[in-house]
Design a protein around this ligand. Sequence first.
Ligand SMILES: [Zn+2]
Length: 207
Amino acid sequence: MVYLTFDDGPVPEVTPLVLDILRKYQIKATFFCVGENVLKNADLFQQIREEGHAVGNHTHHHLQGIKTPNKTFFQNIEKANQLIGSKMFRPPHGWLKRSQYREIKKKYTIVMWDVISCDYDRTLTPEHCFCNVIDFVRDGSIITFHDSLKAQKNILTALPRVIEYLLEQGYTFKKIEIPKTRPLISTPWQRQLQELRENISKRLKWA
Ligand SMILES: [Zn+2]
């Protein structure tokens, strides 16, 4: 089982086509939306939700945490939250200051990834992006694509190929859902670590 995730949208040039692809294969995925894009394309955001996909917060202006003062950064996340209303947060570029991480995790589950297609890199071909995914994917992987203009050239060709390849390999696809009682564990080794911790705490309880 794997999780497909799409960052930076919604945009009218790419997001509807991604939704078409997901509908064709009956796959539910997770969209980490940028607040200002949600504002501009409210109908598309609505469509993402109506089609049963999960949504997460990717800040209002796609701010990079390490380059942004904390107060500005937190306000930007909250501004996006007013539009997106999700308990999941993914930091743009995958970077956060430790102080930001500590604050954000009080309210959100921070969702990173372990496989990235690099579809935003225009010097790469769709073939490269396909290989970036299939070379590293494993059970439980969170795979990242981008429904953005930058990625348009690559994603629309690479995504269906990735899906067909993974279906052939026997994978199923799920959207990310935050359990009410337990934090989401994002990669297989983190899951193992969590299980180990739980076993230890169980043993301590019975000791
Ligand atoms: Zn992003």
